[in-house]
Structure formats: structure tokens, C-alpha cells
Design a protein around this ligand. Structure first.
Ligand SMILES: Cc1cc2nc3c(=O)[nH]c(=O)nc-3n(C[C@H](O)[C@H](O)[C@H](O)COP(=O)(O)OP(=O)(O)OC[C@H]3O[C@@H](n4cnc5c(N)ncnc54)[C@H](O)[C@@H]3O)c2cc1C
Length: 264
């Protein structure tokens, strides 16, 4: 098997490296962002313009149609150029944890509504799974959703949510049939403007401080039925399948880029 990068792949990685080095690193690495735990908004806007935020989505939804390999190379090049690690973490939660499930499982209406805004960076995305009593054991989430008329009503809380304090749209995991265990858990697209949604706390962290992390509260949060993502009761299993395929590959790439920067 040939592990060499193609000329196209090398050129793409180099272009993201140059973009990061010239346009992102000088700003995002200013100490005040890290000290204050502030999100570098101007860098985010530039990342959207450059096409990084919707990299893997099809072009018809505002993306670049990049393969998983190209996405990994972009993340490597971005870190190699010296971009702040928190910004890379927020990018991952936004594009991979929120955008990819919508792209892979969403209805045509959902894809048209959300993916272009995620690709441009106009709306920041996140993924709300973890709860105070459900971390590694993700199947034991307690946030639940009950169907009432043409909407689902969500109650519960989420913790450690990347982009929580600044996000506009969250792929949110909630129990829909407790009797079915992990096969009774669904996924919903929840907008931060929906009634009953709130950010209950912004969390302070030791590292990746430019990436805002927060706690989310769902108090009789009303989610239109058309915002169910994937099949009822099986949305969680489906979302996790796609997230693992993409996120596991993409999560490590910035670390490789940072290590290469260190060696250089
Ligand atoms: C910076 C940051 C960003 C995050 N962003 C998000 C996000 O965007 N969305 C989201 O949903 N979540 C997010 N999380 C949460 C993350 O997914 C959880 O922290 C993770 O799933 C672990 O859960 P926990 O923290 O409750 O630890 P626990 O599950 O309580 O684990 C604590 C320790 O116990 C060990 N352990 C657990 N179970 C076992 C076992 N059965 N046997 C042996 N050892 C075990 C673990 O390996 C770990 O070392 C984020 C977390 C961090 C730190």
C-alpha cells in the first residue's frame, strides 16, 4: 500500500499551512485570548471565508466536498501553521460533531437550512451528549424528549459542551424510549433560540481556553418535530457511528501538526 501523499494533497496541506501561518496564528496566538478565555471571532470569520468550516460537506450545501483525507490534512496544516489549539477544537465540534451528522442523517430541508450557515461560520455548531452522570458511559444519558403534538419537549442538562456558550445550533442527544436502553435514544437539532434552551454556565479550563465550553439547560425546551435528526430511538446510535468515523480521524490530526511544528 502506498502511503505517500499525492501532489494535490501536499499542495492543499501547504495552502492551509500558509493560511494559518499568515492569517490565523498571529491573531489567535495573542496571549490575551488565552488569558481571558476569549473566542477569536475574526479568525473564525476568515476560516469560514477560506472554506475550512464546511470542508467535508457537498458543494451544494456550501461545503468544499473534501474527502476525509483532505480534511485531516487541513487540520494538520492548520496546527502546523501555529493556529491556537482551542480554535481547532471549536472547529472540530462545529464541523465534525455538529455538521457531519446533519450532512449524513439530515433530511433535505435540514441540510439546506443548517449546512450553509455552518459552512460559512455564521452559525456556530456544537454537539450536546455528555451529562453530569453520563460521560464515557454515554448510553446512560437522562435528558429526555416527549412528543407533544407537532413538537418534542426536552428536559435535562448537558455538561462540557464545546462551543456551548457561543453556539447557535446543537445536535442534542435525548432519551425517547427509556425501556429500550441505548436503542431508545434519539438525536435532535436544537437551536439556541428555541424556547426552554439556555446556557446555564460557561466553564473555565486549564487548556484550550479560547474554545468556550459550557453547560446547557433544557427546561421544557420545545423542538419542532421536523428537527428530529435520523430515525426515532436510533438517532444516537446513527450519529455516534458517523461521528466516530470522522472525529476519530480528525481529532488527532492537529496534534500531528503541532508536533511537526515543534520538531521544526
Ligand atoms: C475540553 C472538553 C470538551 C468537551 N466537549 C464535549 C462536547 O462538545 N460534547 C459533549 O457531549 N461532550 C464533550 N466533552 C465531554 C467528554 O466527552 C467527556 O468528558 C468524556 O466522555 C468523559 O466523560 P467524563 O468526563 O464524565 O469522565 P468519566 O466517564 O467519569 O471518566 C473518568 C475516568 O474514568 C475512566 N473510566 C470511565 N469508565 C470506566 C470503566 N468502565 N472502566 C475503567 N475506567 C473507566 C475514564 O477513562 C476516565 O479516566 C468534552 C470534554 C472536555 C474535557
Amino acid at each position: 500500500m502506498d502511503f505517500e501523499l499525492t501532489e494535490e494533497e501536499k499542495a492543499f496541506r501547504e495552502s492551509v499551512y500558509q493560511f494559518s501561518k499568515k492569517e490565523i496564528a498571529p491573531e489567535s496566538s495573542k496571549p490575551e485570548y488565552d488569558e481571558k478565555g476569549e473566542f477569536p471571532w475574526e479568525c473564525w470569520r476568515k476560516m469560514g471565508e477560506f472554506g475550512l468550516l464546511g470542508l467535508p460537506f457537498p458543494e451544494e450545501y456550501g461545503g468544499q466536498g473534501a474527502s476525509a483525507m483532505m480534511t485531516v490534512l487541513a487540520k494538520e496544516g492548520f496546527a502546523l501553521g501555529g493556529a491556537d489549539a482551542g480554535l481547532t477544537l471549536s472547529w472540530g465540534a462545529h464541523t465534525i460533531l455538529c455538521g457531519v451528522p446533519i450532512w449524513k442523517l439530515g433530511t433535505e430541508e435540514q441540510k439546506k437550512k443548517y449546512l450553509p450557515k455552518i459552512a460559512s461560520g455564521e452559525w456556530i455548531g456544537g454537539f450536546a451528549l455528555t451529562e453530569p452522570n453520563a460521560g464515557s458511559d454515554a448510553g446512560s444519558v437522562r435528558t429526555y424528549a416527549v412528543k407533544k403534538g407537532d413538537r418534542f419537549v426536552l428536559n435535562g442538562s448537558k455538561i462540557f459542551i464545546t462551543n456551548g456558550p457561543i453556539g447557535r445550533v446543537f445536535v442534542t442527544i435525548a432519551v425517547t424510549d427509556k425501556s429500550k436502553g441505548p436503542f431508545g435514544i434519539s438525536a435532535f437539532i436544537v437551536e439556541s433560540t428555541f424556547k426552554g434552551f439556555s446556557v446555564s454556565r460557561k466553564l473555565d479550563k486549564l487548556g484550550n481556553r479560547t474554545s468556550p465550553t459550557g453547560e446547557l439547560a433544557f427546561e421544557d425546551c420545545e423542538v419542532p418535530e421536523e428537527n428530529l435528526l435520523g430515525p426515532i430511538d436510533m438517532g444516537f446510535a446513527e450519529v455516534v457511528k458517523y461521528i466516530f468515523m470522522w472525529e476519530r480521524s480528525c481529532l488527532l490530526a492537529p496534534a500531528i501538526g503541532s508536533m511537526e511544528a515543534g520538531i521544526r
